[in-house]
Design a protein around this ligand. Structure first.
Ligand code: ZN
Length: 499
């Protein structure tokens, strides 16, 4: 029988989680259904709930419970893990004074408004002052949180526990060098696929049905979730039996919705896959954004951009679009979903170029936080790095350093998790292929049950019991690295572009 203190902590944390779920539902509604005039009231509702949840969590009573439970020796391994994880969150949440949190929140919403305007008007100067504030506050935050090595590490910790700038640098420089070379060879080969057949009208409802089917086939549980449309696809959850994904339908390009649904479906499966016995506890949560992204990218790129996948779904897509795909083979589709071309926008990037966009942002962020770069110098450095990494000339800041929302949100340290997600996905998939020798035959039959079972038992059920690097090490026997990802890409694209 768990002790009284343990049950009290569990109940308190359950209540905090309930509030976060309510917050999540209000934010979901804001993106999906809310009428425009409701925005100011919704803002207040969200702020009140967030403050209440924060107060409830950082209450000294929680601190007392944690202290007493730290000395308790009769806890089961899961109970001690729950206490340990709660203490980790509690200590981080109580390190920032309330006045600082308030100030950061205010500056963030000002910065967001300024960024929207600056981007619309292609006017970096209109955002410069706000970004300077965000960078200053982020440096103060790093000091308040504490760090070893680079102050950037304190910010990174919020998104990817245990990862450091020092750890990322060698991984990213190897990646930049070899990806750069691969992209150069692909561009020089001039063997891009024929995309003329894409230029057609792609019925909205047929696209919708196709994406719903994909999610069902992947094993996404519609009794415990739903798909909707939104401007930017996302996944959110309020409980492991209520996980919602969104997609974005483009009548000019069906692969936008298809890839978005598979990607968000991968995130959704992770959230639906926590252990039912961990429900309403901190253990039923993603360990890091990088691991979360590894789940979406594994489905989207390694599975959804494989020849086996299109050998099966090419036929089904042709049934949905008989006219548009009359003279298009499954191999043609496979080639189009894997076309590589350097782009100015990160969101338009393919598997080969995507991480170069991330590395550029990481280098700029670290230099800002370590004090080696001034905000005013960002536009020039951005242009230099785009030329260096992708061979592109940046015509203006709207398509350059103003394109992403992240900095205006104060999310410095977030970008590297996208690349880590790709690296983890490749490392996991190497192991999956070893463990499931018939994987590609199964994918070619539209059967993902064994793959999902593998992910459930090795990754999803773990929840927050292991850190990201520890999880990757335990499953693959290797530290996080770029090796698996680079050899996956080099092999795939050497064949695709006959390099
Ligand atoms: Zn994602």
């Amino acid at each position: 029988m768990p002790s009284e203190d343990y049950l009290a902590l569990q109940e308190r944390m359950g209540q905090v989680k309930d509030l976060h779920s309510a917050l999540g539902l209000l934010s979901w509604d804001q993106e999906i259904y809310m009428p425009p005039k409701a925005a100011p009231a919704r803002g207040q509702q969200l702020a009140t709930l967030a403050a209440t949840a924060h107060r409830m969590f950082t209450d000294t009573e929680v601190g007392e419970l944690l202290k007493r439970l730290g000395a308790e020796s009769s806890l089961t391994p899961d109970e001690s893990k729950l206490v340990e994880e709660t203490r980790y969150d509690y200590e981080r949440a109580t390190r920032l004074p309330e006045a600082f949190v308030q100030k950061f929140t205010e500056e963030r919403s000002k910065a967001y408004e300024a960024w929207v305007r600056a981007k619309d008007e292609n006017d970096f100067e209109a955002f410069r002052f706000n970004l300077e504030n965000i960078v200053d506050l982020s440096k103060q935050k790093a000091d308040l949180m504490g760090y070893e090595g680079s102050p950037y590490n304190a910010l990174l910790e919020d998104y990817e526990r245990g990862m450091t700038a020092e750890g990322l640098r060698p991984i990213f420089s190897e990646l930049a060098e070899r990806l750069g070379r691969l992209v150069e060879r692909i561009v020089a080969s001039d063997r891009g696929p024929d995309t003329r057949w894409l230029d057609a009208d792609w019925d909205r409802d047929a696209q919708w049905e196709f994406t719903q089917r994909l999610l069902r086939d992947m094993g996404y549980d519609f009794e415990a979730g739903r798909q909707d449309e939104s401007v930017h696809p996302f996944t959110t959850n309020f409980d492991l039996y209520d996980v919602r994904v969104t997609t974005k339908i483009n009548k000019k390009d069906p692969f936008e919705a298809i890839m978005a649904s598979i990607h968000e479906g991968g995130h959704g499966l992770y959230e639906q896959g926590f252990l039912p016995s961990d429900r309403r506890t901190i253990l039923a949560e993603a360990i890091s954004l990088g691991i979360h992204e590894s789940q979406s990218r594994l489905w989207e790129t390694i599975v959804g951009q494989s020849p086996a996948f299109w050998a099966h779904y090419g036929d089904i897509l042709r049934e949905a679009f008989p006219e548009q795909l009359k003279n298009v083979s499954n191999d043609d589709i496979y080639r189009v979903v894997n076309r590589v071309r350097p782009t100015l926008r990160r969101l338009d990037a393919d598997e080969c170029t995507y991480n170069l966009h991330i590395i550029l942002r990481f280098e700029i962020e670290v230099a800002l936080i370590e004090g080696d770069l001034k905000v005013t110098e960002i536009p020039e450095l951005w242009k230099e790095k785009m030329k260096q990494y992708l061979g592109l000339d940046v015509p203006d800041d709207a398509r350059g350093c103003l394109q992403d929302i992240h900095w205006s949100h104060g999310s410095i340290g977030y970008f590297p998790t996208y690349t880590l997600g790709n690296l983890y996905a490749a490392q996991l998939s190497e192991k999956i292929i070893e463990d499931i020798p018939a994987l590609w035959e199964q994918v070619e039959a539209g059967d993902f049950s064994q793959l999902l079972h593998w992910l459930r038992t090795k990754v999803h059920h773990v929840g927050r019991r292991k850190g990201p690097a520890e999880l990757i090490r335990d499953i693959t026997g290797k530290d996080p690295s770029s090796e698996a990802y680079l050899s996956y890409l080099e092999k795939k694209y050497t064949e695709l572009y006959t390099l």
